[in-house]
Design a protein around this ligand. Structure first.
Ligand code: NAD
Length: 530
């Protein structure tokens, strides 16, 4: 799979700093082999990269939207032509099972590009709101969607291709440039995106900044026009502060602690399989992973049993990959041992297999405390904690008692009830009898509440941070002045008062309105005599 050198022992490499001597190093999470270094972008070069992106953006914005849509189509083709290399890089850097790489990263890229290149031009079209002809005679207004300019795109490591494209595609279609700072854990996958983009757009319109957090921070300060950030809550707070300092709009897609509620009447087989997939895809390193299962008492024993049995059938490597980073493995192991100390029962998994790499068995836990770290904080690992609750209300209360609110699911055979319960959950995406798959559906907004952030990717809503509305008004009237221009006369004051009375609605009697109407006519005549 890789030609990476393995001269150093895996553990020595895992302990070494990821970024050293001006390059990103790292180990393959699957087998601990060292990865070939990738040079960091010198911080001193970032301002120049943004300046060149701005130049390229001006030319790109001047292209009509159909041309930009055709270019997007070619970008997609260039990326898919590299499909095998992209898949190999993702497996090498993240350890994802191959099925996930194709279905979660590569195929969605094609769907995304199709959505934006076909639907996007209409979504970016100008609108012409009607202006009231009496108040604003002879005036015509157009509201356009104008590209923001240079968008800083800062992304995490868990979906190194699918996530950046969710912003890159609509931004490029809208006429923006993108300066892309990928995670320092996945620089090789990112480089392939940049390589494919360069084939269509040249080097500057989609520019790559490789490096760690200091490079991300420098990028926000380098004069960009908007920031789209996906990552942890802690970094999100810093990014929000930096964007506030630079006075540029920011989109934040942060962590999650998704709940799945299983009600007594659920189809246990479907719920168990769906929840297990929702919890273990990408080894649980998914912002929308099921990290808390609340099962009502009539279903909890059967659900626990089925979850444990199905988890035991999963094959490491084929179905569930390793953790991607040593730091992530340490967090997950800490959550696991703390839950055990607090009396949780391990129904399946719970250990590390004897092989190189960052592996942890898929683990189903029962009897977990509501206060356990693995219930309160983001775990981002292959752990499925099940908590038995008295009834539907207790499940909803427990699900909503979280700082996070990205996605959530309800499992029941009663679809009407399921929908009603789903609407009571504080989350950006709520589902009945499924979980979290809509990140791959370009037409549906992906967003959260609370510490999950307020950014939106996918859907027309994603355009709000990537474009700004521009209002253009053309006045065709030939009059020498407007009613509301100087001088301010007593007649103008009477006009204002009469207009307010006429707009007052039902609370004002008919008599008062008639009086106001005649006052208005009289005042108008006087006003124009001045
Ligand atoms: P992270 O916050 O550590 O890093 C994210 C990115 O920010 C990286 O590129 C990093 O180099 C950069 N960065 C670090 N410090 C910075 C700074 N001061 N200024 C600017 N950039 C800086 O997150 P991670 O560990 O890479 O990713 C995991 C997190 O991402 C999880 O919390 C997960 O839930 C979240 N996530 C959220 C979504 C979503 O859609 N809500 C999707 C995927 C991942």
């Amino acid at each position: 799979m890789s030609d990476a050198s393995t001269e150093q022992s895996p553990s020595a490499r895992a302990d070494a700093p990821l970024i050293r001597d001006g390059a990103i190093h790292g180990v393959c999470p699957t087998d601990g082999a060292g990865l070939p270094p990738v040079p960091c972008t010198p911080i001193s070069e970032i301002e120049g990269i943004v300046a060149r992106a701005r130049e390229a953006q001006r030319a790109h914005a001047a292209r009509d939207v159909e041309t930009r849509a055709a270019m997007l189509h070619r970008f997609k083709a260039a990326l898919l032509a590299r499909g095998e290399r992209v898949a190999e890089a993702i497996v090498l850097e993240t350890g994802k099972p191959e099925a996930e790489v194709w279905l979660h990263e590569v195929v969605p890229a094609a769907d995304l590009a199709k959505y934006w290149s076909t639907e996007g031009p209409a979504l970016l079209a100008s609108s012409e709101p009607e202006l009231d002809a009496l108040s604003y005679p002879g005036k015509r207004a157009v509201v356009e969607r104008v590209p923001r300019g240079v968008v800083a795109l800062i992304t995490p490591w868990n979906f190194p291709v699918a996530l950046p494209l969710r912003t890159m595609f609509p931004a490029l279609l809208a006429g923006d440039a993108v300066v892309f700072k990928p995670s320092e854990h996945t620089p090789r996958s990112a480089a392939l995106i940049a390589e494919a983009a360069a084939e269509v757009y040249g080097e500057d319109l989609v520019a790559l900044v490789q490096g760690g957090g200091d490079a991300g921070a420098a990028l926000i300060d380098a004069g960009v026009d908007a920031v789209v950030f996906t990552g942890s809550v802690a970094t999100g707070r810093k990014v929000a502060g930096a964007a506030a300092g630079a006075l540029v709009p920011v989109s934040l897609e942060l962590g999650g602690k998704d709940a799945a509620i299983v009600l007594d009447d659920a189809d246990v087989e479907r719920a168990a399989r769906g929840i297990l997939w929702g919890a273990l895809a990408n080894a649980g390193q998914n912002c929308a992973s099921v990290e808390r299962v609340y099962a009502t008492k009539g279903v909890a024993p059967r659900l626990r049993e089925r979850l444990a049995a199905l988890a035991k059938e999963l094959v490491l490597g084929r179905d569930v990959g390793p953790l991607t980073t040593p730091a992530q493995l340490a967090i997950v192991e800490r959550h696991l041992s703390q839950a055990r100390e607090q009396g949780a029962t391990v129904l399946s998994g719970g250990g590390r297999p004897e092989r190189e790499g960052l592996w942890l068995e898929p683990t189903v836990l029962a009897d977990v405390s509501h206060e356990a770290e693995c219930i309160v904080d983001e775990t981002f690992g292959p752990i499925v904690p099940v908590i038995e609750v008295a009834d539907e209300q207790a499940a909803v209360d427990a699900a909503n008692a979280s700082r996070y609110g990205l996605t959530a699911s309800v499992w029941t055979r009663d679809l009407t009830r399921g929908e009603a319960v789903a609407r009571r959950l504080q989350a950006g995406v709520v589902m009945v009898n499924n979980h979290g798959f809509t990140g791959a559906v370009p037409s549906l907004p992906w967003t959260g509440v609370g510490e999950s952030g307020f950014g939106v990717t996918n859907s027309p809503h994603a355009l709000d941070v990537l474009t700004r509305p521009r209002t253009v008004v053309v006045d065709t009237s030939r009059g020498k002045r407007e009613l509301w221009w100087h001088p301010y006369t007593p007649a103008l004051v009477r006009i204002g008062r009469a207009m307010a009375t006429l707009r007052a609605g039902r609370g004002t009697g008919l008599g008062a309105k008639l009086r106001a109407f005649f006052q208005l006519l009289g005042a108008f005549a006087k006003r124009w005599k001045v």
